[in-house]
Design a protein around this ligand. Structure first.
Ligand code: GRF
Length: 218
């Protein structure tokens, strides 16, 4: 069974979607630890409700950025973590952690990458005037939201959308494709070649169009 570690900074609804999909048997994995950089993160409550160990590790308590991420990598390795999930972790991950978990760190981003990386992807998309928005699960590399794309899902962006209404529509998709990506990883069905990700599955499952994850049995 795959051992997962989760990093989250805030509300943790994506963390919850992973928890729920493990509980339902959709994902064959266990969550070894939640690590947060924010002592007020609601994600901590979610971990407590589900008996998941939590570490609150704050960067300013470490001498520098590299030692913070080296420490995170050590804590994850110590617990046998094989996949690291960034579920709203609001920091650019440092190299020591990336090196320790190459192509084993997944992030969810609320835009169709490579458009609108960085903060406020939904607001960037609205301000740009796109008609189709969405979200992306990708592996994490040294850049900001630049790693190999695993799954994307699209939603319409309406003319009367606000940041909140669009974010809500995107979030529903996030809660579908992030668990799906973790499930595929847990089943050993994800291969990375260069910056391309190949998913071993039926062709219709591999080609992710909106909203394919609903076809997967839960
Ligand atoms: C989500 O919009 C995710 O795409 C982004 O941060 C937000 C986290 O939300 N990376 P939550 O904490 O999972 O509810």
């Amino acid at each position: 069974m795959l051992t997962v570690g989760v990093l989250a900074s805030g509300r943790g609804s994506n963390f919850q979607s992973i928890i729920d999909n493990i509980k339902s048997g959709y994902i064959n994995a266990k969550i070894a630890v939640l690590i947060t950089d924010n002592p007020k993160a609601y994600a901590i409550e979610r971990a407590r409700n589900n008996n998941i160990e939590t570490l609150v590790l704050i960067p300013k308590n470490f001498p520098d950025r590299d030692s913070y991420y080296r420490h995170l990598a050590d804590e994850l390795k110590k617990r046998g973590v094989e996949l690291v999930i960034l579920a709203g972790f609001m920091r650019v991950v440092g190299k020591p952690l990336i090196d320790a978990f190459r192509e084993k760190i997944m992030n969810i981003h609320p835009a169709l990458l490579p458009s609108f990386p960085g903060l406020h992807g939904q607001r960037q998309a609205l301000d740009y005037g796109v008609k189709i928005a969405g979200c992306t699960v990708h592996f994490v590399d040294e850049g900001v939201d630049t790693g190999p794309i695993i799954i994307q899902s699209a939603v319409p962006a309406y003319e009367d959308d606000t940041e909140d209404t669009l974010s809500e529509r995107i979030l529903k998709e996030e809660h579908g494709i992030f668990p799906l990506a973790v499930k595929l990883f847990a089943e050993g069905r994800i291969k990375v070649k260069g910056r391309k990700v190949f998913i071993e599955s039926q062709r219709e499952e591999a080609v992710i169009t909106n909203p394919p994850h609903q076809k997967f049995s839960r």
